[in-house]
Ligand binder design. Structure first.
Ligand code: BG6
Length: 489
């Protein structure tokens, strides 16, 4: 890191995200020598815990992901030695100022940078920011705050949150995280577009017939039902993760790689997307399903989910970008839990070849096959292009083959976890991969009318069995635009 010291305070340290992602990512950074020379990690939460109990908890989550280098356990112990715990209420100025005293003591009067990671529910968010920044304002060095979604539930609540945050922080201190932006293949998306000659000229309505953004998980809410039930899949995945990918996919070339230049382009393209309405949406909710001896629970079987809940666990929709590049091109989005596989991908389907000489020569049933570029964000990160090729032999049969860049075969480097990149960037003050408030507004403007309609009209989601491909209506929705979901072929 380009800073010499930092205290990283994880507010909500006993939560799932802290255990699964934040502590392990910090350790990975430490292991790679990417943390400042002087650093401490403080877990902050309400429960009583000693430093050594925190270290026990954290140590269970750490692994040396790269290779099992010999110094791994030594490194782990060094890292754990820099982890501490402070118990406090999220809305207590006193508890936070006690933490501040401890930090100052450790910092020994040196300039100290503070990075707060707020991994707590939105209703206690503002109080925590108020208390955390109060004491920090007296410290020398910077104070930055990483905030996790949900950033509100619609345009109004998100704007209220932004306003409230403004009382305590400057926009440049706020790092709104969308971990999908830290994923390797999402980072690579703009490299693919802007540093290869062959893609960008095709990247428009002239050559692309439709674009698909697909997110599926093969597990249900699994204990997160309480949170999920009040948000649903549209707010959990589409309005943020998939829309962010879309923005980078579809934006114009930024002036430079500078954070503001990139985010200006993202805002522009987001503002060109028309708000979505109910007639272009399919929602679904998974039901229980028995396979052999195992019964997979339905969404409403989760004890933390409200009885009779109408919250969608699946949604499919079609968006249009109202600009010269994309006019008329459907962008299809699909996101669901408890489906038949776990996968996130972008599928770019190209138009027919005009006057194709080889119509009818395909070995498949189709008269002709179109090119398709698939960017598999996860798992098994890869980029492949489906091309038409002559099957070797004396005849003239064509089939589709893949030009395939599979990360696992091409690179021996491990793909880092998204949180590693994002934590490092936040520490270095790099904002490129964080969401600016006007981006957030633009994103909510697209989904708010739909979310409102769904709730006002009490729309019942279509049932689908756990482990299936989701509601059949999602296929009908695509057919309305003469599109087939690429992942179902
Ligand atoms: C989170 C959602 O933002 O992303 C979860 O709240 C979802 O519901 C998760 O499971 C998926 O992230 P990843 O990195 O595992 O694909």
């Amino acid at each position: 890191a380009n800073v010499s010291s930092a205290s990283i305070i994880i507010v909500g340290a006993s939560g799932d995200l802290a255990k699964k992602k934040i502590f392990p990512a910090l350790f990975a950074l430490y292991y790679e020598n990417c943390l400042p020379k002087q650093f401490t990690v403080y877990g902050y939460a309400r429960s009583k815990m000693t430093d050594s109990e925190l270290r026990d908890m954290v140590s269970r989550t750490l692994s040396c992901r790269i290779d099992k280098r010999e110094d791994c356990s030594e490194k782990m112990n060094e890292f754990l030695g820099r982890c501490f715990y402070h118990s406090g209420q999220y809305d207590s100025e006193e508890d936070f100022s006690n933490l501040d005293r401890k930090l100052k003591l450790q910092e020994g009067g040196e300039a100290c940078n503070r990075l707060f990671y707020l991994s707590i529910p939105p209703n206690i968010f503002i109080d925590a920011v108020r208390c955390a920044t109060l004491s920090a304002s007296s410290s020398r060095g910077w104070t930055r705050v990483i905030v996790e979604k949900p950033f509100g539930r619609d345009t109004e609540s998100s704007a209220a949150l932004t306003d409230a945050l403004k009382q305590y922080l400057e926009e440049n201190q706020i790092f709104r995280i969308d971990h999908y932006l830290g994923k390797e293949l999402v980072e690579n998306l703009s490299v693919l577009r802007f540093s290869n000659l062959i893609f960008e000229p095709l990247w428009s309505r002239q050559h692309i017939s439709n674009v698909q953004l697909i997110f599926s998980e093969n597990f249900g809410t699994e204990g997160r039902g309480g949170y999920f039930d009040s948000y649903g899949i549209i707010r959990d995945i589409m309005q943020n993760h998939l829309l962010q990918i879309l923005a980078i996919f579809a934006m114009e070339t930024p002036v430079s790689l500078n954070a503001e230049d990139i985010r200006n382009e993202k805002v522009k393209v987001l503002r060109s997307i028309k708000p979505i309405h109910l007639d272009n949406v399919v929602t679904g909710q998974y039901n229980s399903q028995t396979k052999g001896d195992i019964t997979f629970p339905g969404y409403t079987d989760d004890k933390t989910v409200a009885e009779g809940s109408l919250t969608p666990t699946f949604a499919a929709t079609v968006l249009f970008i109202d600009n010269a590049r994309w006019d008329g091109v459907p962008f299809l989005m699909k996101a669901g839990k408890a489906l038949d596989n776990r996968r996130t991908e972008i599928r770019v389907q190209f138009r027919n070849v005009p006057g194709n000489l080889y119509k009818g020569n395909f070995t498949s049933d189709a008269e002709e096959s179109n090119n398709e570029l698939v960017i598999r964000v996860q798992p098994d990160e890869s980029i492949y292009l489906k091309i038409n090729n002559k099957v070797p032999g004396l005849g003239m049969d064509l089939d589709q083959s893949n030009l395939n860049l599979r990360y696992a075969s091409r690179y021996s480097n491990e793909v880092p976890d998204a949180y590693e990149r994002l934590l490092l960037d936040a520490m270095e003050g790099e904002r490129r991969l964080f969401i600016r408030s006007d981006e957030l507004d633009a994103a909510w403007a697209i989904f708010t009318p739909l979310l409102r309609e769904l709730e006002e009209k009490n729309i019942t989601p279509e049932g689908y069995p756990f482990g299936s491909q989701g509601p059949i209506s999602a296929q009908h929705l695509a057919s309305r635009y003469n599109v087939r979901w690429g992942d179902l072929n």
